[in-house]
Design a protein around this ligand. Structure first.
Ligand code: IPM
Ligand code: MN
Length: 351
């Protein structure tokens, strides 16, 4: 029997509760589809840092490299300095494992979950391919005359040819594999001229994919377009920072942060799967957070691990519960966190 070794970082806030439901569903899949799962459960997060001052020790990080995949709950807690634990855990995983693709699908499963008037399931079905290892995210902030009226703060938006080329080529491959075969480049090259690199590389790589039609939107117009005519977007590729922003917007189109999932990939290597949402500390421990985003991340992880049937079954179970109305609403508190996890696990065993 095949064994998948999964590192689990439940993290902060609602992380442990939603991860517990993700693991419940994973467990149901291993029974039904005949594979084994070996978990490496890691205690890192703000609570652990407060108790030990440790963020992500090197030996644990080395162990993670021996796993097939990582499942992450959420990181972020107001008791820690802003960004310290997020950058030390999510950032370290993304950058030090060189997880250069952040794949964020946005798919509406039922019209009633969409906040846009007159838009349905055929209109909202896109994939945002977010670059995941460059941009302002990985540059050092610099402060001069800190705390004075003469302060100057800066953090560069830095892009390399290699980083740009690999993400653009990956996005073309994703687009080429979809029925509509349309790829949109989202940037702000009119104001941030450094992103001219994206414009040029996009035009070059496009020549290798004559079957893919292309489009371009500045990021401000892309936000407008995602609301006005989301059906015009099939696959979009963008920089790390803009990808972060447009995928929260996209999450709302598909029903909110409760369902949006992402895969942080280094194709062929250990990769990270997580929800798009944060740690939502106000909801922690109350059994009210929606675990579907994490369960959708488990579906993406199964697909990555080559468990195609299990992945499709999880997505199918989520879809059937949402479209049949058994999961009535995606609002916080409509259903218990464990109630949703159990419903999805039960639905799986019926399929
Ligand atoms: C995300 C998150 C992270 C990001 C934060 C927690 C650093 O918002 O995965 O979208 O900005 O990438
Ligand atoms: Mn984000």
């Amino acid at each position: 029997m095949k064994t998948h070794k999964i590192a689990v970082v439940a993290g902060d806030g609602i992380g442990p509760e939603v991860v517990a439901e993700g693991l419940r569903v994973l467990d149901a899949c291993s029974d039904k589809f005949g594979f084994a799962v070996e978990l490496l459960e890691l205690p890192y997060g703000t609570e652990h840092w407060l108790a030990t001052e440790e963020i992500f020790p090197d030996d644990a990080f080395e162990n993670v490299k021996t796993c097939d995949a990582i499942l992450l709950g959420a990181i972020g807690d107001p008791r820690a300095p802003i960004g310290l634990i997020e950058r030390g855990i999510i950032g370290k995983l993304r950058w030090d494992l060189d997880l250069w693709v952040n794949l964020r699908p946005i798919k509406l499963l039922d019209e009633k979950f969409c906040p846009l008037k007159g838009k349905g399931v055929d209109d909202i079905d896109m994939i945002i391919v977010r670059e995941n290892t460059e941009d302002a995210y990985v540059q050092k902030p610099q402060f001069e005359n800190k705390g004075t009226k003469d302060e100057v703060a800066q953090q560069a938006m830095l892009y390399t040819y290699k980083g740009t080329e690999r993400i653009i080529r990956y996005a073309f491959e994703v687009a080429a594999g979809r029925p509509r075969k349309h790829l949109t480049l989202i940037d702000k090259a009119n104001a941030v001229r450094a992103q001219d690199l994206y414009s040029r590389v996009f035009a070059d790589v496009a020549k290798e994919f004559p079957q893919v039609t292309t489009g371009h939107l500045y990021v401000d117009a892309a936000c407008m377009r995602m609301i006005e005519s989301p059906e015009s977007i099939d696959v979009a590729v963008t920089t790390n920072l803009f990808g972060d922003i447009v995928t929260d917007l996209g999450a709302m189109l598909q029903g909110g942060m409760g369902v949006a999932a992402s895969a942080n990939l280094r194709p062929g290597q250990v990769s990270l799967f997580e929800s798009v949402h944060g740690s939502f500390p106000q909801a922690a421990g109350k059994n009210i957070a929606n675990p579907i985003a994490t369960i959708n991340a488990v579906a993406m992880m199964l697909d990555y691990l080559g468990e195609d049937a299990a992945s499709a079954a999880v997505s199918g179970a989520v879809a059937s519960l949402l479209t049949s109305g058994r999961i009535r609403s995606l609002e916080v508190g409509e259903h218990g966190t464990d109630e949703i996890g159990k419903m999805i696990a039960a639905e799986l065993s019926l399929q």
